[in-house]
Design a protein around this ligand. Structure first.
Ligand SMILES: *[C@@H]1O[C@H](CO)[C@@H](O)[C@H](O)[C@H]1NC(C)=O
Ligand SMILES: *[C@@H]1O[C@H](CO)[C@@H](O)[C@H](O)[C@H]1NC(C)=O
Ligand SMILES: *[C@@H]1O[C@H](CO)[C@@H](O)[C@H](O)[C@H]1NC(C)=O
Ligand SMILES: *[C@@H]1O[C@H](CO)[C@@H](O)[C@H](O)[C@H]1NC(C)=O
Ligand SMILES: *[C@@H]1O[C@H](CO)[C@@H](O)[C@H](O)[C@H]1NC(C)=O
Ligand SMILES: *[C@@H]1O[C@H](CO)[C@@H](O)[C@H](O)[C@H]1NC(C)=O
Ligand SMILES: *[C@@H]1O[C@H](CO)[C@@H](O)[C@H](O)[C@H]1NC(C)=O
Ligand SMILES: *[C@@H]1O[C@H](CO)[C@@H](O)[C@H](O)[C@H]1NC(C)=O
Ligand SMILES: *[C@@H]1O[C@H](CO)[C@@H](O)[C@H](O)[C@H]1NC(C)=O
Ligand SMILES: [Cu+2]
Length: 578
């Protein structure tokens, strides 16, 4: 490793970063290798994008306050890839958020990229990583756990990670082509709900797929980390004869909240405490395994799948090829607005932005329309990876995108949206209230639920409800509720299956202090909806704010396949920012 002191900086600014060649003498903290290959899940072989050869990929454990370098190899033959560290506020290093066309050029096939990831102090909790390109994240993902540098506030003997995902037998390219086609072809509903990559639909299925088994021991306490890494499914889950206590949502500790079930949407995470049964109680129980039952919510079809919570036994462990029928628990229905105005932060946050601090309210109407193809629109606009010619963050550094001019246009239009750059620009110091307003589809008034996810800093989730958002009414409701929790993904419920075209049918409201300069995607986390345009981009700060944070950057990052991206014969020229 040597320092490139002679490299000319693009903007002649003092820089906070070191210029380093990541050659053979340099070691990343973690390595992830992305491939595309045939892979069997749910008793079916499918051509899938995988991390380290499996789905989910390996669990990463990072420490809060500490920089980790994660090298991601794109070992595919044709496709681009990126990895997004879902839930981490990735503003300590530009280009490391993993959002193609927003914060970085994608990693070309045959290349690799070194991500600089630093979880902030106070963000210990449950996350995941996933590709942000096309439909790859249906399989290309894995758990990411941030460990605390000090004592955790809750105590437990052991922990288990439970990552939930979806399965389609059609490959990614076929699903994307169908969704983007003028001859629209829906992917179909999920064919299986996978628990840590395992699922079996029927006892009589042919193949060696099995139910997932989660081993626990009597008299111990467990932290179960649930990760909603589904592509589409919004799930209800419950464990036979075990109640749990929620202690964490999206990387933030909460006041303990007892519940007999969880609802978890694509992109959300919850940690719960589970007290295992005592040896004495188990002795009188009819069996030593209990089913975890998962049901899809708010979709035209209901799918119920299972996993097993297994206590030690000498004679009769659960047969993991037997699918319980009928389901041991009642099949769940949706609880609209679940935990809204109920979940409380473990410690109230003095930074919570109150109503009188709000500088701008941005209402984003979302609905589906059919033009030359079927699209999801935000205030009349769809956004997909190919919308900008080059990534916005790159354009801010090169001066091609002027967030200031974009901000002035957006404010003049009154929507908060700049229709030239297709961004929602915001200035540092603003306090935004962002309202996602659900509407019936233009053709038949259909309504869907959408898990909206924010990159960058988390927002305060100030609630949700039916109809159209009314700030005064919501403010009254907040007065009797605990302080809102911070989250990175929350559900825009639909409240009904259909209404009149464009009629308001549910809202979700967020507040955020604009502090971290950068380019942050705000989007529905359903992969199908993303492919159909349900994505937006916020830019925080102007060019000077971005440069003040990072210093100048090299050309190496500013072109597709540039010198910051390594390959078989090229050691990447990297800037280490923090
Ligand atoms: C992924 O696989 C590579 C080798 O293919 C290995 O070096 C690396 O440690 C693996 N990553 C994790 C997080 O296990
Ligand atoms: C993957 O499986 C399909 C059919 O299941 C087969 O046609 C194809 O050749 C396989 N691809 C590879 C790379 O093994
Ligand atoms: C990979 O990304 C580049 C830059 O965005 C784009 O031009 C190219 O078409 C992409 N390749 C594929 C196979 O999608
Ligand atoms: C449209 O898609 C359907 C379903 O995949 C297919 O049967 C039909 O042939 C397609 N039509 C055209 C014109 O491509
Ligand atoms: C498998 O079982 C399901 C119901 O559990 C039944 O509908 C189906 O016909 C069975 N398939 C075969 C091949 O026996
Ligand atoms: C929550 O559950 C725990 C453990 O079962 C119990 O001790 C506690 O009293 C419950 N709290 C409430 C508010 O019900
Ligand atoms: C829906 O799409 C049609 C066809 O592109 C267009 O004429 C109409 O204005 C759109 N309506 C809305 C509300 O977006
Ligand atoms: C942008 O919006 C303005 C005002 O709303 C409108 O006059 C203009 O035509 C729009 N431009 C584009 C490219 O959509
Ligand atoms: C590897 O990267 C270097 C530097 O960007 C580039 O000149 C070279 O063409 C790349 N090799 C391949 C095979 O893409
Ligand atoms: Cu959606």
């Amino acid at each position: 490793m040597y320092i490139l002191s002679s490299l000319a900086l693009l903007f002649g600014l003092a820089t906070a970063s070191n210029h380093v060649v990541h050659d053979d003498a340099w070691q990343p903290d973690h390595i992830l290798r992305v491939t595309a290959q045939n892979y069997s899940e749910a008793c079916t072989e499918r051509y899938s994008t995988l991390v380290n050869g499996s789905s989910p990929g390996p669990e990463l454990r990072l420490k809060e306050g500490q920089v980790s370098w994660i090298r991601v190899y794109n070992d595919m033959k044709e496709e681009n890839t990126t990895i997004h560290w879902h839930g981490l506020t990735a503003y300590t290093a530009p280009f490391s958020d993993g959002a193609p066309a927003a914060s970085q050029w994608p990693i070309p096939a045959g290349h690799f990229f070194d991500y600089e990831v630093k979880p902030e102090i106070g963000t210990a909790g449950t996350y995941f990583y996933h590709s942000h390109v096309g439909f790859q994240a249906v399989t290309a993902k894995g758990p990411l756990i941030v460990d605390a540098c000090n004592d955790e506030p809750y105590h437990y003997d052991e922990e288990r990670t439970i990552l939930l995902s979806d399965f389609w037998s059609a490959p990614d390219d076929q699903i994307v082509a169908g969704l983007r086609s003028s001859n629209f072809t829906w992917s179909g509903e999920t064919e299986a709900i996978l628990v840590n990559g395992h699922s079996r639909q029927q006892t009589n299925d042919t193949g060696d797929c099995k139910l997932a088994s989660i081993d626990i021991e009597p008299d111990k306490s467990y932290r179960l980390r649930f990760i909603g890494a589904t592509a589409l499914s919004f799930l209800s889950l419950a464990i036979e004869s075990h109640d749990v206590q929620i202690i964490e949502a999206d990387g933030h500790y909460t006041q303990p909240l007892n519940t007999s079930f969880l609802q978890i949407a694509s992109g959300q995470r919850y940690s719960v405490l589970l007290a295992a049964k005592s040896a004495a109680d188990l002795h009188s129980a009819p069996r030593r395994h209990f089913y975890l039952q998962l049901t899809t919510l708010a979709r035209p079809e209901v799918l119920t799948n299972f996993a097993v919570l297994q206590y030690p036994t000498d004679d009769s462990p659960a047969d993991l090829t037997t699918v319980p029928s009928p389901p041991p628990l009642p099949v769940a229905e949706i609880a609209q607005g679940w935990l809204d105005y109920e979940l409380a932060p473990l410690h109230p946050d003095p930074q919570f932005p109150h109503a009188h601090e709000v500088t701008r309210r941005i209402v984003i109407d979302v609905h589906q329309n059919v033009s030359d193809h079927v699209i999801w629109l935000q205030n009349g606009h769809d956004w997909v990876e190919t919308t900008p010619a080059s990534p916005y963050l790159v354009d801010i550094y090169t001066g091609r995108l002027n967030p200031d001019a974009s901000y002035r246009r957006a404010v003049a239009r009154g929507h908060g949206f700049d229709n030239i750059t297709h961004t929602f620009p915001a200035q540092i110091g603003e306090v935004l209230e962002i309202v996602w307003q659900n509407q019936g589809t233009v053709d038949n008034g259909g309504v869907d639920a959408h898990p909206f996810h924010a990159h960058g800093r988390h927002y305060y989730d100030i609630g949700g409800g039916d109809g159209r958002y009314n700030a005064a009414v919501n403010e009254e409701r907040l007065k009797t509720a605990p302080q809102p929790v911070q989250r990175d993904t929350s559900v825009l419920y639909r409240y009904r299956k259909e209404t009149q075209p464009l009629a308001p049918s549910g809202w979700r409201a967020w507040r955020i202090r604009v502090t971290s300069a950068g380019v942050w995607m705000y989007h529905c986390h359903s992969l199908q909806h993303m492919v159909m345009g349900m994505q937006t981009v916020f830019t925080f700060g102007d060019r000077a704010d971005v440069l003040a944070q990072s210093g100048g950057v090299d050309q190496a990052y500013l072109v597709y396949g540039g010198e910051a991206y390594g390959n078989e014969t090229w050691a990447p020229h990297v800037q280490e920012f923090k």
